[in-house]
Design a protein around this ligand. Structure first.
Ligand code: URA
Length: 237
């Protein structure tokens, strides 16, 4: 692999900036300065350093974000801040994108990656990857609603959802629930509650397939997936 490609991959700036960096002689391969960007190195055998710090190449990045409300799940938007805008430059250089969408006001687990293959697997309607949400509902959620969700409810556009698991945690003027859905229709959880005459007033995603939200992440914070989480995701069918 070319040394200038590695530096661009790791966010060391524009082509011009990378060239300048190389020219200064601080980039070393196996401890020898390399000034020519077209020079090749072997990512598995050679050690590339800048000021002694090892620069490793990676093709893919996998981030778990605790999405804050008010930002949209897109890569670009002319009006609003996106989940990509809140990433650090070191991560944004990988051109990652959100895996699926959470509404602007929805919080919680959002996977952000540049791995198109994994994204496709997770979003494919055929795969029925379960997604669990915590929600606060205006009004009293009842066991009738649990049964309706279990059978599948008809949305405003006539679509009948697959069975969903609804668990009531607290029921009253407002109710706390957890719901697990196997699909990802537009505004699905909100529309499912609308179909039983209720309104979602707070929504947070807790899990997607085997991936659970790390509750130690504050809203707007993110971290790379652990190897274990990544393996679980990749092996999930
Ligand atoms: N269902 C919704 O209604 N909104 C979301 O953001 C996710 C699921």
């Amino acid at each position: 692999m070319r040394i200038d490609k590695l530096l661009a991959n790791r966010g060391y700036g524009s082509r011009k900036e990378v060239k300048k960096l190389l020219k200064s002689g601080i980039v070393k391969v196996n401890n020898k300065p390399v000034k020519d960007g077209s020079a090749h190195f072997n990512p598995t055998e050679d050690t590339v350093t800048i000021h002694g710090e090892v620069i490793e190449y990676k093709e893919f990045i996998y981030l778990m974000l605790n999405k804050p409300p008010g930002v949209i799940s897109a890569t670009e938007d002319s009006m609003h801040e996106t989940v990509i805008d809140i990433l650090e430059l070191d991560d944004a250089v990988y051109n990652p994108f959100p895996v699926g969408r959470l509404d602007k006001d929805t919080e919680g687990l959002l996977l952000i990656t540049n791995d198109g293959g994994l994204t496709h697997q997770l979003l494919s309607p055929k795969k029925h990857v379960p997604k669990t949400y915590f929600a606060v509902i205006e009004g009293e959620v009842t066991t009738d609603d649990v049964m309706s969700f279990h059978e599948g409810v008809v949305l405003d556009d006539g679509y009948k959802t697959m069975p969903a698991k609804l668990v009531i945690q607290k029921s009253g003027l407002t109710s706390d629930i957890e719901v697990t859905i196997m699909e990802g229709k537009f505004h699905q959880v909100k529309r499912m509650f609308e179909s039983v005459g209720k309104r979602v007033i707070y929504l947070k995603r807790l899990s997607m397939g085997p991936l659970q939200l790390d509750e130690s992440l504050e809203l707007g914070e993110y971290r790379e997936l652990t190897n274990e989480e990544l393996e679980l995701l990749k092996n999930h069918h």
